[in-house]
Design a protein around this ligand. Structure first.
Ligand SMILES: Cc1cc2nc3c(=O)[nH]c(=O)nc-3n(C[C@H](O)[C@H](O)[C@H](O)COP(=O)(O)O)c2cc1C
Length: 143
């Protein structure tokens, strides 16, 4: 059975809401899905998954969260990723959603195949949830 890992950081709940919607969207297929806060995730979760979603808010200078998420992502640099399908998602409070474009470039450099991304400004609206479910579907269906 195909395995999908959804790994995120959230404190206020916005990114967690998107993670849950991605999980719901991915549930259409015959897939095993694990959704974890990055503090509970391991590199093994990335290696064993056929498709992944990473989520983070923009935190300080429009970067991904720096205490848990950034060190986790940095560890992936050393791995053989080879086009593993990936979705990126996140939330930001101000400025724009450039942080997710920067993150996308970074993940492509590490060897991931980015299927899609979603950056939500302020609170999560119905339309954002619809987009998140679509991304989940992509993760579930992509080979
Ligand atoms: C300490 C801190 C730093 C932040 N830095 C940024 C930032 O640089 N750019 C930005 O757009 N939003 C920034 N935000 C806003 C968060 O990205 C936003 O509130 C987000 O929705 C939080 O996600 P969460 O509810 O899942 O924790 C910051 C928030 C906090 C608390």
């Amino acid at each position: 059975m195909k395995k999908v890992s959804i790994i995120y950081w959230s404190n206020g709940g916005n990114v967690e809401i998107i993670a849950n919607a991605i999980c719901e969207g991915a549930s259409i297929g015959d897939v095993e899905i694990e959704t974890k806060h990055v503090a509970d995730a391991s590199i093994q979760d990335v290696l064993e998954a056929d498709a992944i979603a990473f989520g983070s808010p923009a935190m300080i200078n429009d970067d991904i969260e720096e205490i848990d998420m950034k060190p986790f992502i940095n560890k992936l640099k050393e791995l053989e990723i080879r086009n593993k399908p990936l979705v990126l998602f996140g939330s930001c409070g101000w400025r724009d959603t450039k942080f997710i474009d920067k993150w996308e470039k970074n993940m492509e450099d590490y060897g991931f195949k980015v299927l899609g991304k979603l950056a939500v400004k302020d609170s999560v609206e119905q339309d954002d949830l619809r987009k998140a479910k679509e991304l989940g579907k992509l993760l579930s269906l992509d080979n």
